[in-house]
Design a protein around this ligand. Structure first.
Ligand code: OXD
Ligand code: MN
Length: 601
């Protein structure tokens, strides 16, 4: 099939990939409904996908990955910069020449007997000055159909690139044998190139997402003066109609998609507040002509974790996934050909097919301590389906950001919310993001895992240089810089019970954050930052649950715990980062002294 672009750089690279992988056939994805529908039919006819109940789930398909291939593989993910120092201590590294030499024979002829699909795509709205183009070649229809939901796919993507530019990200994906021992997810940031092999799981093969929009884009952002962050973007509409935009970064298992699609409590909805979703996972941020920081969501859909999503936890996500979506590794309710996952409801299907494909009696199977859906099973759903999608979702200029939030899962130490003292301190707060492990994951409970800016697996270069880039952005933004906050929805009492209700009630904290940005509310200056006065968190409707005593606990800055926290951060900076080649900016070391001095005042 003929190429879709005159751009010689694209055509030359695709020809090279054809020569390497030797497919029987090459199909360029033009983005038309007819072509995509034909691919859906083909995937259903070969058994690669299953068509679900088209009355209940119109346009929805189902796919099962190999049981050895159900999640991102951080130990097999590499950043191949020319020097090891440039990849830094948070990445696996190999010399790019050696990596190409090792992988090239694995790709040689790997698509013989198969079709290569060439997918042009745009990360970000077509025509946006913040958008970037990628081309992914793959031998998987599943990848084509997921990329179609998650990005803007087809010939229109080339409009942003033009006929001569070389500024596109080259992504090569081959399923090969799905051999976990030969699975590699490799970024070559200096070549704008991603090579992925032996996986069919979303995070490893939808190359626009983590590989491009975070790993490669963070590297591009450093060189070009913008930021790629693992952040949701939401807008809070106030009763007067003004919308304030906020970004937020959390490690996994902290409810990012739920916060992005939050439904405010009654006292807020009745007063006229609404929350609008711009993105649930990734933000690209750039200074606008007016000096403010603007954000786009480079994606066009949501790749959400299914288990735990239900009418209470996130009705918006549930509704978003009810049409034109792809479900991966959830369970099937055979009586209706619909989907089911843990915590969708309390009625697991009796006639079920579990995620690996075995027909089982659902309740009996669960009683044997098995889950019907894989814990990392996913829905891939178009953003346009989301009942609370922002009207600015496709705005090429993005939305102006007033506040940036960091957060983690911390049983003690970290208060419900605090505002950083300034941008440099806020950068420190981001570098200190960490989460305690839960009983849901293997290993010890309550172990602190550092995950700076929730970007540890996604920073495409040296983490110290990344922190320096944050400081540089702050200098450039000056007074226009968003205010930086930290939140903790997971504080516990002595008995291990959560003391903040979370979910929709997190609106109460967003409200305080917005008022701080507007200069409409005072705060208490403490050693670690500005904290709310207890009376400034609106508790209307939850006064019985969040008593004054609980509020005191939620807002407590415990000197002993914070002294330990700073000692741990000193250890982390030194042992995990600096001693291993992380180039930590001196301003961040100084923040440790600053907070310690404050604590001892
Ligand atoms: C994701 C992740 O899938 O962060 O979004 O792992
Ligand atoms: Mn993510």
């Amino acid at each position: 099939m003929a190429t879709l672009t005159k751009n010689p750089n694209v055509n030359k690279w695709v020809d090279e990939m054809i020569a390497l992988t030797k497919p029987d056939k090459v199909v360029w994805i033009d983005g038309s409904d007819e072509q995509l529908e034909a691919l859906r039919d083909e995937a259903v006819s070969t058994g690669e996908m299953i068509r679900l109940n088209q009355e209940k789930l119109p346009g929805c398909l189902y796919h099962r990955t190999n049981p050895n291939d159900v999640a991102r593989v951080e130990d097999r993910t590499f950043i191949c910069t020319r020097t090891k120092e440039d990849a830094g201590p948070t990445n696996n590294w190999m010399d790019p020449k050696e990596m190409y030499a090792m992988l090239t024979p694995m790709y040689d002829g790997v698509m013989k007997g198969r079709t290569m699909y060439v997918i042009p795509y745009s990360m970000g709205p077509i025509g946006s000055p913040l958008a970037k183009v990628g081309v992914e070649v793959t031998d998987s229809i599943y990848v084509v159909l997921n990329m179609d939901i998650m990005t803007r796919v087809g010939v229109k993507a080339f409009e942003n690139l033009g006929d001569t530019s070389d500024d596109f990200v080259r992504g090569l994906h081959a399923r090969a044998d799905i051999d976990p021992e030969k699975r590699y997810i490799v970024q070559f940031p200096e070549d704008n190139t991603i090579w992925s092999i032996n996986s069919g799981y979303g995070g490893n093969v939808l190359l626009g997402k983590k590989c491009f929009a975070l790993r490669i884009a963070s590297f591009q952002g450093k060189n070009e003066g913008w930021m790629a962050e693992h952040m949701l973007i939401l807008g809070v509409e106030k009763p007067d109609g003004e919308i304030k935009y906020i970004t937020a970064a959390f490690p996994s298992a902290c409810g990012k998609t739920n916060l992005a699609m939050l439904i405010p409590p009654k006292c807020y909805t009745e007063a006229g507040y609404k929350v609008w979703t711009v993105g649930d996972d990734i933000a690209w941020l750039k200074q606008g002509d007016d000096g403010k920081l603007y954000a786009i969501n480079p994606e066009n859909g949501f790749f959400g974790v299914a288990p735990g999503t239900n009418e209470k936890s996130n009705p918006n996500a549930l509704h978003t996934a009810m049409k034109n979506s792809i479900f991966t590794n959830v369970a099937i309710d055979n009586s209706q050909n619909t989907v089911w996952w843990e915590k969708l409801d309390k009625n697991p299907p009796v006639d079920a097919t579990e995620w690996k494909g075995a027909k089982v009696n659902g309740p009996e199977y669960i009683a044997q301590c098995n889950t019907l859906a894989h814990p990392n099973s996913r829905f891939t759903a178009p953003a346009e389906n989301c009942p609370c999608i922002s009207k600015e979702f496709n705005n090429p200029q993005g939305v102006p950001i007033s506040a940036m939030i960091f957060g983690g899962r911390r049983a003690s130490t970290t208060p419900l919310v605090y505002q950083s003292l300034d941008w440099v301190h806020g950068t420190y707060v981001g570098s200190a993001v960490s989460s305690e492990t839960t009983a849901a994951a293997a290993g010890a409970v309550g172990v602190l895992r550092h995950d700076p800016m929730a970007m540890k697996p996604f920073i495409g270069y040296n983490v110290g240089d990344y922190w320096q880039h944050w400081l540089d952005m702050g200098k450039k933004l000056g007074d226009n810089a968003p205010k930086i906050f930290n939140v903790n929805w997971f504080k516990q009492d002595e008995n291990g019970n959560f003391i903040w209700p979370g979910f929709g009630d997190n609106m109460r904290v967003l409200d305080w954050i917005i008022k701080r940005c507007e200069g409409k509310v005072d705060a208490v200056e403490t050693a670690i930052g500005y904290l709310p006065k207890p009376e400034d968190i609106n508790l209307t409707g939850i006064e019985d649950e969040v008593t004054p005593e609980i509020m005191d606990k939620l807002l407590k800055v415990d000197k002993d715990l914070w002294t330990k926290e700073i000692a741990e951060m000193r250890r982390y900076y030194k042992e995990d980062i600096a001693d291993k080649g992380g180039r930590i900016p001196k301003e961040l070391w100084e923040q440790l002294d600053r907070i310690e001095a404050n604590l001892n005042k």
